[in-house]
Design a protein around this ligand. Structure first.
Ligand code: ZN
Length: 139
């Protein structure tokens, strides 16, 4: 069994940025040389998230609209009193979706559905430089 890891750097546009990272993760996994196992994709930071969705413009809008209802921007978050950075909703949305996902790897391929893309969600109120860690465990 082997463990392999790589780091993806990305610049985001800020809140509402939903980036399809399927291809970059796929090529990272290919350079690992590992064919069977599990791939974990993790974003460092508490105001971004990783999940899967069908990456098409309608759903990209929908996910932002629904997140606005689930954790509205104008709620009186205690976090704002503490730091004054006015991104309480960003932290809550990130906590609900989660910072990572694991995908099975079989025969060198990620076992994703045709309409299931790996996506990175920028939830912070400003553009950020992000690091996403791809870890492959297998043989
Ligand atoms: Zn904050």
């Amino acid at each position: 069994m082997a463990v392999w890891s790589s780091e993806l750097s990305m610049k985001t546009k800020g809140e509402g940025d939903v980036v399809n990272i399927t291809d970059v993760v796929d090529s990272a996994v290919r350079s690992s040389g590992i064919l069977n196992g599990i791939v974990n994709v993790f974003v460092i930071g508490s105001t971004a998230a990783i999940t899967t969705i069908e990456h098409e413009p309608g759903l990209v809008r929908d996910i932002s609209d629904i997140l606005d209802r689930v954790a509205p921007r104008n709620h009186p978050y205690k976090h704002h009193e503490r730091w004054g950075d006015y991104n309480g909703h960003s932290h809550i949305r990130a906590a609900l979706i989660g910072p990572s996902i694991s995908v099975p790897l079989r025969g060198g391929k990620l076992l994703l559905g045709t309409w299931q893309q790996l996506v990175f969600l920028e939830l912070d109120v400003r553009p950020r430089d992000r690091k996403v860690i791809v870890t492959v465990v297998g043989e």
